[in-house]
Ligand binder design. Structure first.
Ligand code: SF4
Length: 618
């Protein structure tokens, strides 16, 4: 399309910068003799551009001479209408070529509520939605990301899933694709070969059988596909690829700053947390690597803000020393440094002092449960004393706003635990007023943010049912009623989207027809309150004769075959069962630094578990 016409169309929508491309750091290559990869993020530009995994893969793929990787985001409703009206197929931001021209279309799937956006991206590109309807090798539709640890609900639409860390497997996939294209292999021949690469799951090579009660009987692999697909991980974070440059957007995005990932995995093992199990084992970058990569990023992007990223930043082995060195650089260059994902128990005065030399905004903590008993049940190894100590330290440093994250509907939860959340908020507020040095004329604010517990695959709580919507609403109301102070705000997550998340998180491939039905009836952008339409989904379940409660509200027997049993995530099922048994008695498990619990992740011979074993053996 002519540039002027395109510009005119952009002027008719909000945030045209989402679609214009041409940002600093975006990569333009000659199309000749390249494998063309469309890196699709199935949500808006602002969210997708903030996602580190996509930045890493974009840069990694483009570091290959034989690949040109471009970015694609889900268009917002207004631009989608413009596209349809003007007959414009969805395009990649760099070349503005339509997706049909690409060899590989790769989706990063971070949450279940973006499934319909994946279908929408394919539809707007005039690409058949079902994998079996796409008979030629290109475009091949692949997916990765945390949600693919249970790939089954999307099995009808995606040709292959990359399980685990994409950087580790994607080059092997591209090499095979290139070779197969040269030798004119059919899609089927290619997929059979791809399934032999460790970490690649090709759902069409597995036949699913079900029991009479609706549970999965077994998955039968075909054509030499492995019985289980083992997750791939980066073994040495110092040697892994990390971008030296980011694409810097023109328009506002969610996280617009340099980001340095300091480690992967989490030592903790909170029993509800999927990330804590699927990213095991913990693998840290050395301080030198963190410094070198941080400097390179800040210098190439010109960002004046940088944040450190991990699942639990303050668990980094030598955080004080690392921060000291990093602050030397950031202070000198007037770069503000932020540390998200702080844990409350190792949040020392020194650490606050170090960060507060740069920034003094709000603090966030995640106690997750309102009483010690329930915190033990979920294995959140923190106590009230530690929470108060951390808040006191923060208030003493001049922080005014504290945000506390909790979950409602956790297994073994009672009303006392919910009232406990309100009590905890009040006690923290009192701590602020007890601080004699509190700033005059300023008012503190405590935010209690509650989400609904969603039982996720590969966690000890995967066996539990979700609370019904009515029960969750009752619990939300109880919490609001229990909070007395006006200085405490309670915010909560919509329980109907949580219901769908629970269904799809633990779903099997029979749900593909529900996703398709809902999409055909207009479901898209389901994680956006203004777009989400629960009725469409409930009708889709009804029309497809599938009972959603079976997936969300059923207690799972330890002996049941699960849709994600076809994936080997490293952590053993027996370990998850033993952790669930300990939860019943409110018994905690030590973190990986204190004691190895033999979860199974040692099979990767990497990171913390290896170091611990080696040390204890010597
Ligand atoms: S094997 Fe041990 S140290 Fe390694 S992740 Fe599992 S529990 Fe932690």
């Amino acid at each position: 399309m002519e540039e002027r016409k395109f510009e005119q169309l952009l002027l008719s929508v909000q945030k045209p910068g989402r679609y214009s491309g041409g940002e600093d750091g975006s990569i333009i290559k000659d199309k000749e003799n390249k494998i063309r990869f469309a890196m699709c993020f199935p949500d808006t530009y602002e969210i997708g551009m903030s996602h580190l995994g996509v930045k890493i893969l974009y840069s990694l793929l483009n570091s290959r001479e034989d690949v040109w990787c471009e970015r694609v985001y889900a268009p917002w409703i207004d631009f989608e209408e413009v596209m349809i009206k003007n007959n414009i197929p969805l395009f990649a931001l760099e070349s503005r070529d339509e997706l049909k021209k690409f060899d590989i279309i790769g989706f990063s799937i971070l949450y279940e509520m973006c499934f319909t956006n994946i279908l929408n991206i394919l539809k707007l590109s005039n690409i058949p939605l079902l994998s079996k309807e796409r008979t030629s090798l290109s475009p091949l539709v692949v997916a990765g990301g945390p949600c693919t640890c249970n790939s089954e609900p999307m099995a009808d639409f995606i040709d292959l899933f990359m399980i685990g860390e994409g950087e580790e497997v994607i080059n092997e996939l591209i090499d095979l694709y290139k070779e197969s294209k040269k030798s004119n292999l059919s899609k089927e021949e290619f997929l059979i070969k791809a399934a032999k690469i460790e970490g690649i799951y090709v759902p069409s090579l597995y036949e699913a059988e079900y029991n009479e009660n609706g549970t999965v009987k077994r998955y039968i692999p075909k054509n030499g596909a492995p019985k289980t697909v083992k997750k791939r991980i980066i073994k040495n974070m110092d040697e892994s690829y990390y971008p030296k440059k980011f694409v810097v957007p023109y328009t506002e995005i969610v996280h617009d700053r340099a980001v340095e990932e300091i480690f992967r995995g989490c030592i903790r093992g909170c029993r509800f947390c999927q990330a804590g199990f699927i990213y095991r084992p913990v693998r840290e970058k050395s301080i030198d690597t963190v410094l070198e990569q941080s400097k390179a990023l800040c210098e190439s992007t010109g960002y004046e803000e940088m944040s450190l990223l991990s699942l639990s930043t303050s668990d980094y082995s030598n955080i004080e020393c690392m921060l000291e060195k990093l602050l030397e650089y950031t202070d000198k260059n007037q770069i503000s440094l932020s540390l998200p994902s702080l844990r409350i128990d190792n949040f020392s005065k020194e650490l606050v002092e170090k960060v507060s030399t740069v920034r003094k905004t709000g603090l966030t903590f995640a106690p997750e449960a309102g009483t010690q008993r329930l915190r033990n049940v979920i294995n959140k190894n923190i106590n009230e004393e530690e929470i108060f100590k951390a808040c006191k330290t923060a208030f003493g440093q001049g922080y005014l706003n504290v945000k506390l994250y909790f979950m409602l509907g956790l297994p073994f939860e009672t009303d006392e635990d919910i009232i406990g959340i309100a009590k905890l908020g009040e006690e923290i507020l009192n701590l602020y007023y007890k601080n004699e040095n509190r700033p005059k004329g300023k008012s503190p604010s405590i935010t209690i943010s509650v989400s609904c517990f969603i039982p996720k695959p590969f966690t000890p709580f995967q066996f539990h049912p979700q609370n019904t919507e009515a029960e969750l609403i009752r619990k939300q109301e109880l919490l609001v009623k229990s909070v007395k102070s006006k200085k405490i705000n309670v915010k909560w997550h919509d329980s109907s989207t949580s219901f769908l998340e629970a269904i799809f998180a633990k779903g099997d491939r029979r749900l593909g027809k529900v996703i398709l039905n809902a999409f055909n009836h207009g479901a898209k952008m389901d994680s956006w309150g203004e777009c989400f339409n629960k009725e469409i989904w409930l009708n889709a379940f009804k029309e497809e004769n599938i009972n959603p409660d079976f997936y969300a509200y059923r207690e799972i027997d330890y002996n049941e075959v699960l849709p994600w049993d076809v994936i080997d995530i490293g952590v053993k099922k027996e370990f998850l069962i033993s952790e669930n048994e300990k939860a019943k008695q409110a018994l905690t498990t030590k973190n990986c630094k204190e004691k190895c619990s033999d979860c199974g992740a040692l099979c990767y011979k990497s990171g913390i578990c290896l170091n611990k074993r080696t040390k204890s053996n010597t």
